[in-house]
Design a binder for this molecule. Structure first.
Ligand SMILES: NC(=O)c1ccc[n+]([C@@H]2O[C@H](COP(=O)([O-])OP(=O)(O)OC[C@H]3O[C@@H](n4cnc5c(N)ncnc54)[C@H](OP(=O)(O)O)[C@@H]3O)[C@@H](O)[C@H]2O)c1
Length: 312
């Protein structure tokens, strides 16, 4: 596989995958709706960024012409009329499969989610399962699917969201406090994609991905507060109040959480299988990674701290 086309390559997980593909010598074409959102990738060796409306068959087909392999990472957390789960999680994989088939591109790696199933309690997880099925039905594809639990790392949307809440609020009213997660490091997810790419043993397989430990949501929020050095009261909400809180949040202009997100937490985001044995590494512990980015140990942040201390 020389030329890899990545859909959703500008995002949190995509940027990590593109970085590793570039380091491994692949030529990578990132498809994006806005070139601006992929600025950080443009300087990487062998990486090109192309504006493309992936919902347009002709545009997508043209963009894929040079590809030996395709990685699809496009996913959304909140359903809306403009960006629906059906269009992004189901129809896009279905159209992608048809286009790859037509162009003779066999190798496809696809990002789903842990606990995706047509029996799942949420529309998000059901749509992810339907997307997987659409790809599996195209028999000529050499398909590999990854199904991770929540993913952490610098710039994540989960740990960082709770960090913002912990900084802001003295009391956290926590929906679904006993929901379980098995967080996995973004660099491990990216490494899994890169190691799978040329590995023929992974063709036709799906892999659940989780980190070394399982936590309840309450434990994760308490850990975030501890790392930030904040004493916070965490009040777990019962089911009724969890859904009521999510309903109220749906009315805000910025969607932080929806009832569908709460429904996703009705099933534990925990792997039933062990870490994929074809991978050359073991997953990193949350505790080894999160403190560095929550305490922002970048050189730029250090300068900001020096400035604050100097009263400037
Ligand atoms: N993060 C997690 O904890 C987690 C856990 C399990 C599974 N996943 C799955 O992993 C994948 C990547 O997640 P991520 O956290 O990296 O997400 P992300 O940062 O939001 O990136 C997703 C990418 O998809 C593209 N995209 C988003 N909405 C789109 C739309 N409506 N139409 C077309 N393209 C759109 C965006 O590219 P442009 O803006 O450049 O067009 C964006 O870079 C998703 O499929 C997600 O469901 C994530």
């Amino acid at each position: 596989m020389k030329h890899v086309c990545v859909l959703g390559g500008s995002g949190f997980v995509g940027s990590a995958i593109v970085g590793k593909l570039s380091l491994s010598g692949y030529s990578v074409n990132v498809l994006t709706r806005r070139r601006e959102s992929s600025k950080h990738l443009i300087l990487l060796p062998n990486v090109t960024v192309q504006e493309c409306d992936v919902m347009d068959d002709i545009a997508l087909s043209n963009a894929l012409k040079q590809a030996d392999a395709v990685i699809n990472l496009i996913g959304i957390l909140h359903n809306s009329k403009k960006n629906s789960f059906k269009s992004r999680h189901v129809e896009l994989p279905k159209r992608l499969a048809a286009i790859c088939s037509k162009l003779g591109i066999k190798r496809v790696l696809h990002m789903s989610a842990l606990q995706a199933s047509n029996q799942a309690p949420s529309a998000y997880l059901k749509s992810k399962a339907e997307g997987e099925e659409c790809l599996r039905r195209t028999k000529e594809l050499q398909l590999t699917i990854f199904r991770p639990s929540i993913i952490f790392g610098r710039g994540d949307g989960f740990i960082n969201l709770f960090a913002s809440l912990v900084k802001l609020l003295p009391i956290i009213l926590l929906a679904k406090p006993e929901a379980k997660f098995q967080p996995i490091y973004v660099e491990d997810v990216a490494q899994a994609f890169v190691e799978a790419l040329d590995n023929t043993d992974t063709f036709g397989k799906s892999y659940d991905l989780g980190g070394p430990k399982t936590y309840t949501l309450r434990q994760l929020v308490a850990y975030v507060a501890q790392i930030l050095g904040k004493k916070r009261i965490i009040i777990g909400l019962n089911n009724f109040l969890s859904y009521s809180q999510a309903f109220a949040m749906e009315l805000l202009p910025v969607k932080l959480m929806t009832r569908d997100n709460v429904r996703s937490m009705e099933v534990d985001s925990v792997c039933v299988t062990s870490f994929p044995s074809f991978l050359s590494f073991q997953p990193q512990a949350l505790e080894a990674v999160v403190p560095a980015y929550l305490n922002d140990d970048t050189p730029r942040a250090a300068f900001n701290r020096f400035r604050a201390r100097a009263g400037r």
